[in-house]
Design a protein around this ligand. Structure first.
Ligand SMILES: NC(=O)c1ccc[n+]([C@@H]2O[C@H](COP(=O)([O-])OP(=O)(O)OC[C@H]3O[C@@H](n4cnc5c(N)ncnc54)[C@H](OP(=O)(O)O)[C@@H]3O)[C@@H](O)[C@H]2O)c1
Length: 339
C-alpha cells in the first residue's frame, strides 16, 4: 500500500523531519482488529509537533495521522458487529481504560508510534471503530474524530455546558475550537469567540456564534467583556497570557477548561482572581469511547457538518502541513487517500 512515512526523529530547534510517500506492506488485522481501507485522513497540530520533535514517545519508522474514515476491508479473528464494506470512522484515543476521569498510563494517540491514517490501509482494534454517520462526506467524517472528541469532553463532560450559558472560545481558527463552537451552540449556549481574523469571526457567526473580537486589538478583553457580559464557561487551547485574560473574563463561579497551550505556560497566574471569583479550572485531553459515541450521536442528531477548510491529495501532505503551520485555516485540513 501507499503510505506517508516518518523516518527521522529530530530534536526541538532542528530542521523538521521530512515525510516520505512510500510503498509499504499492507497490515494484516490480528485478533480483535479491523483492517480499514481509508478514504480520507485529517491533520492535527500534533502531526506538525511530531515533525519538529516536540512530542513525547516518537518512534520511527512510523506512519503519522490520528484522524481517518474509510471502509472495512477485512476482519481479524473474533471481531463481531462489523462486516466487510461497512463505512466507519476511527476513534484515535488508543486504550483509554476503565476510568472515566482519566486514561491509563499506557494511553496514546493514534499515529506515531502506532501506525496512523496517512495511508491506504490501517489495522485498528475493533473497539476504536465506529459507524460513520451516513450524512457526512468522507472528508467531513475524517475531520471529526480527534477534534470532535476533545471538544465534546471539554464542553460537555468537563464544562457541563447548559442552555443559556455564555461560552467564550479564544482562537476560533483552531482545529478543535470550531467543534467546541458547534457543540456549545447545539447545547443552546451563547458563544463568543476571538480570532486574529475578522473573516474567521464572520465564519464563526455563520456557525452560530453570537459575536467575537480580534485578539490583536489592544482592548480586546474589555471589548469582549462588554459584548458577552463575561463567560460562564471558557474553553482554552491557547494558554500563555491569554489564560489570565480568560480568568479576567470569567464570571464568578465560572468553569475554565484547558485542553492546550499553543502559547506555552501561563506566567504569574492571577491567583487572587481565581479564588475570589471561586473559579473551577479543569484540564481535559481527548476522551472516553463512550464520549466518542455521544459526540457522534450529537453530530448525527443535529446533522452538524464539521468545518473542512481545505482538502489535499495524500501526496501533497507537505503543502497541507505548511498551511497548518501558517495558521490560515478555519476548521480542518484533510487529505484524500488514493483508492
Ligand atoms: N488535550 C488534547 O486532547 C488536545 C487535542 C487537540 C489539540 N490540543 C492542543 O490544543 C492546541 C490547539 O490545537 P488545535 O489543533 O485545536 O488548533 P491549531 O490548529 O493549532 O490552532 C491554533 C489557533 O490558535 C489561535 N491563536 C494563536 N495565537 C493566539 C492568541 N494569542 N490568542 C488567541 N488565539 C490564538 C489561532 O486562532 P485564529 O486563527 O482564530 O487567530 C490559531 O488558529 C494545541 O496546542 C494542541 O496541541 C490538545
Amino acid at each position: 500500500m501507499k503510505a506517508i512515512v516518518l523516518k527521522d526523529v529530530v530534536k526541538p530547534g532542528e530542521k523538521k523531519a521530512d515525510l516520505y510517500l512510500e510503498e509499504v506492506e499492507t497490515p494484516k488485522p490480528g485478533r480483535g482488529e479491523i483492517l480499514v481501507q481509508l478514504r480520507s485522513a485529517a491533520l492535527n497540530r500534533r502531526d506538525v509537533f511530531i515533525r519538529y520533535g516536540m512530542y513525547p514517545g516518537i518512534q520511527v519508522p512510523s506512519i503519522p495521522g490520528a484522524d481517518g474514515a474509510g471502509v472495512v476491508a477485512d476482519l481479524g479473528e473474533g471481531v463481531q458487529g462489523f462486516e466487510v464494506g461497512n463505512e466507519v470512522v476511527i476513534n484515535p484515543a488508543m486504550g483509554w481504560g476503565d476510568h472515566p476521569d482519566f486514561p491509563k498510563p499506557t494511553f496514546t494517540v493514534l499515529g506515531v508510534p502506532i501506525d496512523g491514517t496517512y495511508a491506504q490501509y490501517i489495522k485498528i482494534p475493533a473497539e476504536n471503530v465506529f459507524p460513520k454517520p451516513a450524512y457526512l462526506l468522507w472528508e467531513e467524517a475524517a475531520a471529526l474524530p480527534l477534534a470532535g472528541l476533545t471538544a465534546y469532553r471539554s464542553v460537555v463532560t468537563k464544562g457541563k455546558v447548559k442552555e443559556g450559558d455564555t461560552v467564550i472560545i479564544p482562537g476560533i481558527g483552531g482545529g478543535v475550537a470550531t467543534f467546541a463552537l458547534q457543540i456549545a451552540v447545539a447545547k443552546g449556549a451563547q458563544v463568543f469567540v476571538t480570532s486574529s481574523s475578522e473573516e474567521k469571526i464572520a465564519k464563526a457567526v455563520e456557525l452560530g456564534a453570537s459575536g467575537g473580537v480580534n485578539y490583536r486589538s489592544e482592548n480586546w478583553v474589555k471589548e469582549l467583556k462588554k459584548l458577552s457580559g463575561g463567560g460562564d464557561l471558557l474553553i482554552d487551547s491557547i494558554g500563555g497570557d491569554t489564560f489570565n485574560d480568560l480568568v479576567n473574563l470569567a464570571k464568578p463561579g465560572a468553569r475554565i477548561v484547558s485542553f492546550g497551550a499553543t502559547l506555552g505556560p501561563v506566567n504569574n497566574l492571577l491567583m487572587p482572581r481565581v479564588f475570589f471569583k471561586q473559579l473551577h479550572i479543569m484540564g481535559s485531553t481527548m476522551g472516553t469511547p463512550e464520549e466518542f459515541a455521544e459526540m457522534l450521536s450529537l453530530y448525527e442528531k443535529n446533522k452538524i457538518r464539521p468545518v473542512v477548510d481545505q482538502v489535499y491529495p495524500l501526496e501533497q501532505v507537505d503543502e497541507a502541513h505548511i498551511q497548518m503551520e501558517k495558521g490560515s485555516q478555519f476548521g480542518k485540513i484533510v487529505l484524500t487517500i488514493p483508492q
